[in-house]
Design a protein around this ligand. Structure first.
Ligand code: SAH
Length: 219
């Protein structure tokens, strides 16, 4: 396997300082995870040198790995602690799942495109992320058998918040999901408590489409 050379370590350090800390992400556990996970191994070899840039990158199948800052911001919003079980919808490259795996007890991640699913699965094994459980399926239905979750993160843009996912959150659970049309979305954070749902907006963002039964319909 490619070594996590001191050059990549330096690029990662810079990424955290210039793109993430400077924009207000303060959670020290999130910052440590972003310093640790070798993001360049989650993209193809041709793109490794760009892996720490301030932008998303293609990962094949017309999908993208999110910009580092967005990954950090969404992760911070989940308010994870070491005992938490987290559901991710949209495994993609596996990078976000690896960040979550550094902070939570176990990560359940679902991907609907087989080549991305199998690629991420193999990478988790190679990098010894034994607390990540993967599934090849439509994530908009959630993962009933393993629910409820302490946190749910959706890393693709939804037309609206799938209610069935809220039902898979514990009371006190947090969810982060981009909601909007196919060009621009609002990053929504919500918390489920005894009295209902508390919703806040974290700002604008742009994600690929969440395609499935409770998302955008396949054409
Ligand atoms: N978290 C990823 C981001 C990947 S982009 C990363 O860190 O790289 C979003 C991913 O969501 C794509 O791989 C896309 O195929 C997947 N996706 C879209 N709709 C989905 C669905 N209904 N269920 C599971 N995955 C879905």
């Amino acid at each position: 396997m490619e070594k996590d050379s001191s050059r990549y370590k330096r690029l990662r350090e810079e990424m955290v300082r210039l793109q993430i800390e400077s924009r207000g992400v303060k959670d020290s556990n999130v910052l440590s995870a972003m310093r640790k996970v070798p993001r360049h191994l989650f993209v193809s070899e041709a793109l490794m040198d760009q892996a720490y840039g301030d932008f998303p990158l293609p990962i094949g199948e017309q999908q993208t790995i999110s910009q580092p800052y967005i990954v950090a911001e969404m992760t911070q919003a989940l308010e994870l602690c070491k005992e938490d079980r987290v559901l991710e919808i949209g495994t993609g490259s596996g990078y976000q799942a690896a960040i979550l795996a550094e902070l939570a007890y176990r990560v359940y991640t679902i991907e609907r495109l087989y080549p991305l699913y199998i690629n991420a699965r193999n990478l988790f094994d190679r990098l010894h992320y034994y607390n990540i459980v993967t599934k090849y399926s439509d994530g908009t239905c959630g993962w009933e058998d393993e629910s409820p979750f302490d946190a749910i993160i959706v890393t693709a843009g939804a037309p609206e918040i799938p209610l069935n996912l809220i039902n898979q959150l514990v009371i006190g659970g947090r969810m982060v999901i981009p909601v909007g049309d196919q060009y621009v979305q609002d990053l929504i954070k919500l918390r489920r408590d005894e009295n209902g749902i508390l919703k806040t907006s974290l700002g604008g963002c742009r994600f690929v489409k969440l395609v499935g039964e409770h998302g955008w319909r396949e054409k």
